[in-house]
Design a binder for this molecule. Structure first.
Ligand code: GLN
Length: 304
């Protein structure tokens, strides 16, 4: 397995020069565009890795999986999906027009920015601090990594430049989709996106999802039913407006982030974390997609 992963990383390096690191959040532009790494955690607890698996990067939109799970734990699926839809989108992850055209004025799904801002607003906690601490602790528990924290440089950078997210949030507040203090909700959202992780951490989250909501130590984190819903939404919406192509070519529930990470959950087999900060036009890791494509073919991982 280690050999397979090493060969795939070497094969995919050439792709990194075809993408670009995210620069709309200025701090992310400092990432190394050539980095490429993978970590695999299978459900027997064995772990394999190759390439730059140990670089730290921010979780970005992969946090949307975590905030969706927490919003479901706090409110139940029925209530959560009165505030956010479960339909894929052909627009970008930060689309504004989507919000206006959808009939109920709900964000289309929890894997795009508007949807995640809505799920963050549903997370329990008296204060913004309490909410982000619950998100951090939940992430630490699933990954088994107590050291996960926030990259404050990225957080400040997002907060300073996140006016599009601000527009989405105020629009949703105007339509009664979110309640409470908008700036406080955004602050929690920016911090959740700025959690610093490695491939190993995201592979562990993927493994829990692959294992129907149960950690390697047999502790249940979310119900089987909630886990099924989260994975289904990852298949249909996790790679934004490239989700259909990803499902056809790779066929694994996955979620990307503009930090260059992709979290993947192969049901009943393994969790996979990949990183490659150079992104394609949709904001997905260009090398990361290639790695998953090769691995899916090599190990026959498609669920379809
Ligand atoms: N924090 C980023 C944003 O809000 C997350 C987007 C992403 O990873 N696609 O724009």
């Amino acid at each position: 397995m280690k050999r397979i992963l090493e060969n795939i990383i070497e094969d995919c390096r050439k792709w990194t020069s075809k993408g670009e690191v995210a620069s709309y959040i200025p701090e992310l532009a400092k990432a190394n565009p050539e980095a490429l790494g993978i970590w695999v955690t299978n459900l027997g607890g064995e772990e394999y890795f190759a390439g730059d698996w140990d670089i730290k990067f921010t979780i970005q939109s992969m946090s949307k999986v975590i905030t969706l799970m927490l919003a479901i734990l706090d409110n139940g699926t029925e209530y959560v999906f009165t505030k956010v839809g479960m339909e894929p989108t052909e627009s970008g992850f930060n689309s504004i027009t989507n919000l206006e055209t959808h009939e109920q004025k709900q964000p289309l799904n929890p894997m795009i920015n508007a949807g995640a801002i809505a799920t963050v607003s549903l997370i329990n906690g008296e204060t913004a601090d309490e909410k982000i601490n619950r998100i951090l602790n939940f992430t630490r528990k699933i990954t088994g990594n107590d050291e996960i924290g926030i990259n404050y440089n990225v957080y400040e950078s997002e907060k300073k430049t996140g006016n599009r997210n601000r527009a989405l949030a105020y629009y949703m507040k105007g339509n009664g989709i979110i309640e409470g203090d908008v700036e406080e909700i955004l602050d929690v959202y920016f911090k959740a996106c700025s959690m610093e992780i490695t491939c190993k951490d995201i592979a562990r989250i993927g493994a829990m999802l692959a294992n129907d909501g149960v950690l390697i130590n047999n502790e249940r984190v979310i119900s089987r039913e909630a886990c099924r819903i989260v994975k289904t939404i990852m298949v249909t919406c996790g790679m934004y407006d490239a989700s259909g192509k990803f499902a056809v070519h790779i066929g694994i529930p996955a979620k990307s982030g503009v930090g260059g990470g992709i979290m993947a959950a192969v049901p009943r087999r393994m969790g996979i974390g990949v990183v490659g900060p150079a992104l394609d036009a949709q904001g997905n890791s260009i090398g990361g997609i290639k790695i998953l494509e090769k691995l899916s073919h090599e190990l026959d991982l498609s669920i379809f």
